[in-house]
Each structure stands twice: as C-alpha cells, then as structure tokens.
Write a protein that binds this ligand. Structure first.
Ligand code: SF4
Length: 694
C-alpha cells in the first residue's frame, strides 16, 4: 500500500486493468499520487474495487519507465537517446522509405486495448489515411475477435447485451470459460451476491473455479469439459432445450428469423448433438448436462457470461454463435437479468474494437467495402481509402517472414510475449526493416525495434475507455506524462512527421470526430460524459443518454439469426508424444503479461507462473508440489514449477502467463479460430516431465 500522507486534491478516473472499468478517485499530494480510492459514483463499480485496481498503480512511477525517445539503425546496435523531434522524424523517414521500396501494403500498425478510444482511433486513422492501407489490428485479435464476429452474425451488434448490475435480476447464470473471481473481481462479487440470494450457477470449465465454492448457494452445476469441446457442450445444452420443450416459442416467433430458426432446429435436434452422443468428446456425464440445461432454461431469467475460454479456440466464433443460439432459443435477450455477456480481459477491448482497429472495419464496425461509410470517412479525412480488408496480426507475421511486409508501428502491445508461438513472432519481427514501438517499458518486442517512443500510463492522459458493458468512462489526467507527451499526441506527431496532418488540441476533439463518423457514438461528447458520468453506446438521437440493455424491441439486423454450429474437433489432440492438454488463465494479483503488475507490490503475491496438474498425472510422473517441470509441445519447450491440484481434470494441465521467464507462449501453437484467427491459446497438447532446477 502506498501511503504518503494526507491527499490535497483528487481526480476521478478509470482503472486501466480489466473490462469491468471501475472508477477511482486518484488522490494526490502535490504531484505525488497518494492512493487510489474506489469512487462511489462510479457507474460500473459503485464504490467497489479489487486489489489490482486499488494497489497496482505503482508501475506508473517505476524506475523502468522509458522517459526519452531512442533510435538505432539496426537491432544489433545499442540505443541512442534523442529528442522527440529527432525520433519522430527518424521513424517517419524510415517508414516512408520502407513503403517507397516495398509498396503501399508493406507496412501496418497494431494498437492496444489498454490505450484510450481516442488513441486507438488515431492509430487506425494513421494507417488508413497516412499509409493508405487497412493493415491495422489490435490485441483484441488474440482475445475477443470471435465475440465481435459471432455476436454480429447472430444478434447484429459486436457487443455484450447488458449492464453488469443486471445480474441481480438473474435466476440462473451460465458461466463458460471464465474465472471472474480472478479476472473480473468486482463483477464476481456482484454475481456471488446474486448466487447467495438463490440464483443457480452452471459453470462449464475444465477447472473447478472458485465461484463454484460460493457459500450458501441454492445449487450449482460444474460441467468439467475437456479443452476444445465447448461447441459440443453448447450444442448438447441446446439439444436438451429443444427436445425437452424448453424453447421460448413466443420469443422465437416474434423476434427471430424463421428460416434460420427452422434450419437450426433441424440441426440441433439431431441425436448426434445429444448430451449422450457428445459425452465421448466432452467427457461430461450426459445426465449432468441435461439437468444443467433444464435448470438454465426453466429459470425466468437466464444470463450467460463468458470469457477467453470461449473465444481462444479454433471454434471460438462458432462457440460465440452457439451461446447466442442458446439465449435466443430460451428468450433470454432484451431485458434485465438475461443476455449474452462477454467478459473482456482488458480495460478497453470493447473500445479498441469499436474504434475500427480491425483490418476489415472502420470505426463503428462499418465494413471497409461499404461505399457510403467509406465516403463519409474520405470526406472528413481528405483521402481516398482502400476498399479491401488489410492484414490481421498473424497475417502480418506470415507476410514478414515471406519478405512482403517490412514496417510496423506498435502502440502499447508486447506482441513478442503475448502472441502465440514466440519463435514464429520473433522471426517475423527480426525480418522487419523498421519497427516502431511505443510503450511505457522496454518490453520484449522492443528488442526488435528501431525506434522506441515513450508511452504514457492511464494516469498521464485524458481520454475514454469503454468497458465490457459498452460503457464509455472518462479517463482523466492525474499527472503529466513522464516523457512529456501523451500517447495520442505521439501518434498525431508521427502522422504530422509522415506528412499526413493531424491537429487536435485535446482528446475531446478526437471524440467529436468519432461521434461525427460513427452512428453508435453520434450522441457522445465529453460534455455529456461530464453530465451523465458514463454512457453506454449506442448513444444517438433514438437513445440520447445511451442504451443499458440492448435488443429490447428488435435487433440491428431485424430478426435474431440462429446459426448452425457444427462441432469440429480441434487438430490439437492428446497423443502418445504429447498426452496432456494445456490450458491457460489468470490470477487475481497479476494482469496479462505482467508488464504493469510485475512492477508493483502485487509482484510479491504471485512471483512466478506454476503448472497445475491433477494428482493422478503427478503420481504417474513422480511429481510433487514445487518440483521443476519441463513442458514441451509441438511449438517449443519451457520450464515451470509444479502445483498438484484436484481442481484439475486428469489429463489437463493449467498455467498462467504473467511472467516472461516461463513464457507460456513459447509452447502455445499458432492454430487459430477459423473466422478471426484468434489464437487457440486454450488447447495445447503437451508432455510434462520432472527436470532439474533451471
Ligand atoms: Fe475493477 Fe477490474 Fe480494475 Fe479490479 S482490475 S479495480 S475489477 S476494473
């Protein structure tokens, strides 16, 4: 706990960790941050917070912060510290030279879900208007891109349907592939309150997550499915709903597309989708699945919450559509206490997606091939835009290795650590002629960079984040940027150096431009945010104060669209050589690759990643707690210490990915979702054996 005396003044801002988006008062003494106090007026948290948000802000003043721009001609040379103008001109000249030599599409940019809406908007604008292509992507590619795809296909909007608070009206809650206690703690508290009041809980997860141990609940089901079999499970649940008469026929008749429904119904009632038929794949007792389906479907209000255990699979998009199918079939859309609710891992995953950080979509999910949408942006930006989708992150890596992609601008994303198959990523980065990294620390990606532009933390800038409920929250500057420029100013300055003018006096002007070009943000402004506290989009003439619950009377696509969700087993299967399936997750005190939380007092709570394995698998290999283990997969090998735990399924092992030492992504493969290329982080076939201490 940082206690440095009584505060003199405070500023309300938004937590920069998970997708709950808690509001805090940053209390200051002079220019020193004294403490972060959960803000009672925060619409997402009402005065609650977790240990991460409250205490893990020390990274902002950590000695490792990069305070001076740096450049070098090759990655084998030492860095040279330079002033901002020199660094920006060096970066601009190098990027322009790459594009002149290798063509318009040889360059691209990646932005971060940790940056503000305004910053991510500027990065995609720079790529589209400044470089003239659509090679812009975001780290949402590796987490919730299947959510964007799956929900747009079925419900017509790439976003969750509810407020978190609406869970207090839920009678049954289905949690799939998520561990809210560790990853979304403030929401987990609200959910536990509802469970103690009598709501039923159904958890589909290979691990026995902490939520299942909530005391005083009326009943819960754990469906401990094998990694990679989500679609088999959701189809089995839907099969029971339809064949046992739990469908909400009024809702289906009034709100859903008839042809799509009948096609889906014929598919789902097929006996091959029954719990009995799917038991072989999922490993879950069929009667247990039947009872869970009955409890969910017979509840007046059934809500579904899901996390990366749904999306980070080769069938991630199929599974998201399967979840939407279940909600449509049971009529659990369009009122409080129900809905399809993706739990976003990072503070601004929703926002980064909303802001057009995808190679196929302009801000507001407007497709780049949409002539009318494109011409609005062309008029405003004064350029002709590319009508063809650009490269996704993994395509950029492949193209770099093939010698066709040579320059990259990466804002706030440590792709060398966070993306799967590290060796492949590093080979791609090494092949670039110009890599510009903008970050708060000298991260793993920066090892391959030619220009390092100091980034700014959430405490050093104005802007907005959009949380998992589509809630736009203000981020307010608490202290000046340590290197003199906020991230949005750096992107604008880089664009100016490249010759495409970007002149904004304040991020509010960027938001005004976003509102002008993005129908779902048409009514958003900083003045309105000051007045209302927060706004859930869509915010426009029809909903001037925002939309807490979506799809109340209709869907943006008219009718709800059932989708056929055929279960296709992943290629990543246990074999004699790699007999165990590895899956990954998070722990309460750490956040993502740990770049921030490892530089705070929270580090001492969880100083290394461990490999959890079931006692049977441990005994078979003579493994005890704390033994060093070598873990090998088709992609690579790493070393972790053991934690023997009966929370695991036999045959399944688990680790977190917060520490570069263990490098979980050294062993994850580059298999990915069929629709979005979201990596299949959650299933890796591995072998585990005892090794001597590394
Ligand atoms: Fe809230 Fe998430 Fe921040 Fe914790 S990490 S304070 S739950 S936003």
């Amino acid at each position: 706990v940082i206690e440095m005396g009584q505060p003199e003044h405070s500023t309300v801002t938004t937590c920069a960790y998970c997708g709950v988006g808690c509001s805090f008062k940053a209390e200051m003494k002079g220019d020193q941050l004294v403490r972060m106090v959960p803000y009672k007026g925060g619409d997402a948290n009402q005065g609650h917070s977790c240990v991460k948000g409250r205490f893990a802000f020390g990274y902002a003043t950590h000695k490792d912060r990069i305070k001076t721009p740096m450049i070098r001609d090759s990655i084998n040379e030492p860095w040279r510290e330079v002033d901002w103008d020199t660094a920006l001109q060096f970066a601009a000249d190098k990027l322009k030279a790459v594009q002149a030599k290798h063509g318009r599409n040889s360059i691209g940019g990646i932005t971060s879900s940790r940056c503000t809406n305004e910053e991510t908007y500027l990065v995609q604008k720079l790529i589209r208007a400044g470089f003239g292509n659509n090679n812009t992507d975001t780290c949402a590619r590796v987490c919730h891109s299947p959510t964007g795809f799956g929900l747009k296909m079925t419900l017509g909007e790439s976003a969750g349907t509810q407020t978190f608070d609406s869970v207090r009206h839920a009678d049954a809650v289905l949690v799939i592939g998520a561990n809210p206690t560790d990853a979304h703690p403030v929401f987990a508290s609200a959910l536990r309150r509802r469970l103690r009041q009598g709501a039923r809980l159904i958890v589909a997860d290979p691990r026995e997550i902490d939520l299942l141990n909530t005391p005083h609940t009326q009943g819960s089901h754990h469906l401990p499915l094998r990694p990679g079999t989500n679609v088999a499970m959701i189809n089995a649940l839907a099969h029971v709903v339809v064949t046992e008469g739990f469908e909400d026929l009024d809702f289906i008749q009034g709100r859903c597309d008839k042809a799509a429904y009948h096609a889906w119904r014929a598919f789902i009632i097929d006996p091959r989708n029954s719990p009995e038929a799917m038991q072989q794949a999922t490993g879950v007792d069929a009667e247990r699945v039947r009872q869970a389906a009955r409890d969910f479907a017979s509840a007046p209000n059934g809500a579904i919450f899901y996390g990366l255990g749904v999306t980070e699979h080769s069938q991630g998009s199929t599974m998201v559509m399967g979840i939407a199918n279940l909600a449509l079939a049971t009529g659990n859309i369009g009122r409080e206490g129900v809905g399809v609710n993706p739990l976003r891992g990072q503070n601004n995953v929703q926002g980064a997606c909303d802001m057009g950080s995808f190679p196929h979509e302009l801000p507001g999910y407007q497709h780049v091939s949409d002539v009318a949408a494109r011409s609005r942006f062309e008029d405003k930006w004064g350029v002709t835009l590319d009508q063809h989708p650009g490269l996704r992150i993994p395509n950029m890596f492949d193209a770099a290795i093939a010698g066709q992609f040579k320059g990259m601008y990466v804002q706030g994303e440590d792709i060398a650590q966070s993306d799967p198959n590290t060796q492949h990523v590093e080979a791609a980065l090494r092949a670039l002629e110009c890599l510009v990294v903008q970050d708060i620390f000298l991260n793993e990606t920066a090892k391959f960079a030619h220009v390092l532009l100091p980034g700014s933390t959430f405490l050093e800038k104005d802007g907005t984040f959009t949380n998992a409920e589509r809630r736009i929250n203000r981020v307010r500057r608490v202290m000046p940027p340590v290197a003199g420029m906020a991230d949005w100013e750096v992107t604008a300055a880089l664009s100016n150096a490249l010759g495409y003018p970007m002149n904004y006096a304040h991020p509010s002007e960027i938001m005004d431009e976003i509102a002008e070009l993005t129908p779902s943000f048409a009514g958003v402004s900083y003045d309105k945010l000051e007045r209302l506290g927060s706004i859930q989009w869509p915010c426009n003439d029809a909903n001037p104060e925002g939309t807490p619950t979506m799809h109340v009377d209709n869907f943006p696509i008219g009718k709800g669209q059932f989708a056929i969700t055929e279960y296709v087993p992943t290629d990543e299967r246990a074999t004699a050589r790699f007999p165990l399936l590895l899956t990954t997750g998070r722990i309460l005190s750490q956040y993502n690759v740990g770049a921030q939380t490892r530089r705070t007092d929270n580090q001492s709570w969880h100083s290394e990643d461990l490999l959890e394995l079931h006692p049977e698998d441990a005994q078979l290999r003579g493994i005890k707690d704390n033994d060093w283990l070598g873990i090998s997969s088709r992609a690579g090998t790493t070393v972790l210490r053991a934690r023997v735990s009966d929370r695991m399924l036999p045959g399944v092992v688990y680790t977190t990915f917060h520490h570069p030492f263990s490098g979980a992504n050294v062993i994850t493969t580059d298999a990915s979702d069929w629709a979005t290329n979201c990596p299949e982080y959650k299933v890796t076939a591995v072998q585990v054996e005892k090794v001597s201490q590394p």
